[in-house]
Write a protein that binds this ligand. Structure first.
Ligand code: HEC
Ligand code: HEC
Length: 230
């Protein structure tokens, strides 16, 4: 308690000295989210793979290049699990006769924000756009793929459902659910990420798929198709 008061007092003094108002969005986001999410690009080169193991949650430092704004604001007010077995799958799976299943009791309940806090935090995060140039080089444009062909491609030909759910009752648990991807992610992010995941996250645990642009775009169209029927 004492220490808390002291640090508040110090923050007040500091804001007086620097003219930086306490509770500015950057401070607020750092305080609320920074203990789990990276808000700046980690020094991947210096930290190597260790960086991945020290992560508690997905990085947010390129949030403005990744999420759809409306989704982010809604998620922060009503979060739901994106990683069915937690961000660190191996510790969250339960051995059963039917194979590994997510241990729901282990999942953390995500911090939930009020409407006004969510909107303030969202505005701040949507301005974090270090990869705008990378996105502008992506030339995905929305197309159509039949659900039948798309499903076959995603599940059988590309094997994406080993790790990702493309519906509530199909798919693996180690990657984020993707049946909400179209409402959650910017289309150019999905496309650019699939073309080169390492460019976004040098420590990603997603195997780098060898696909030409057309194949990538077909998968994005599939996520669009399932996103629009759900
Ligand atoms: C105690 C740790 C913790 C704190 C604090 C926290 N988060 Fe998270 N967050 C997580 C974890 C773990 C996940 C992934 C879990 C999941 O969605 O299944 C996550 C997921 C997310 C996602 C989706 C990530 C993605 O791309 O899959 C967003 C966006 C997010 N958090 C935003 C925030 C914001 C903004 C704040 C601060 C207001 C915040 N979080 C505070 C742990 C935290
Ligand atoms: C071995 C498991 C695995 C396979 C197979 C896999 N992924 Fe992933 N994928 C992941 C993980 C894990 C992430 C989250 C990034 C991370 O933590 O490294 C991810 C992230 C993604 C993302 C970004 C979503 C986000 O929330 O950031 C998309 C889109 C995606 N995968 C699509 C696909 C598609 C399409 C395929 C098939 C070509 C595929 N994945 C195959 C594990 C996998």
């Amino acid at each position: 308690m004492q220490i808390k008061y002291l640090s508040t007092l110090m923050a007040l003094c500091l804001s007086f000295i620097t003219g930086y108002s306490h509770g500015a969005p950057a401070d607020k986001v750092a305080e609320l989210c920074g203990s789990c999410h990276a808000l700046e690009r980690p020094d991947y080169e210096a930290q190597g793979r260790e960086e991945r193991f020290s992560r508690k949650a997905p990085p947010l430092y390129f949030a403005g290049n990744k999420y759809r704004q409306e989704w982010l604001a809604a998620f922060l007010q009503a979060p739901y699990p994106l990683y069915p077995s937690g961000y660190f799958p191996e510790s969250k799976l339960q051995d059963t006769a039917d194979g590994d299943i997510p241990n729901e009791n282990d999942l953390v309940t995500h911090l939930q924000l009020s409407e006004s806090d969510a909107s303030e935090v969202t505005d701040y995060l949507m301005n974090l756009q270090p990869y705008t140039e990378m996105l502008s080089q992506d030339n995905y444009s929305e197309g159509k793929v039949s659900l039948r062909m798309g499903t076959l491609d995603f599940r059988k030909f590309k094997g994406c459902d080993a790790c990702h759910q493309d519906s509530e009752d199909n798919g693996g648990f180690s990657g984020p659910i993707l049946y909400d991807a179209w409402s959650r992610l910017q289309p150019h992010y999905i496309s650019a990420f699939l073309k080169n995941p390492l460019q976004w996250d040098p420590n990603t645990i997603m195997p780098v798929p060898q696909m030409n642009e057309q194949a990538v775009h077909k998968l994005v169209d599939y996520l669009k198709a399932i996103g629009e029927t759900e």
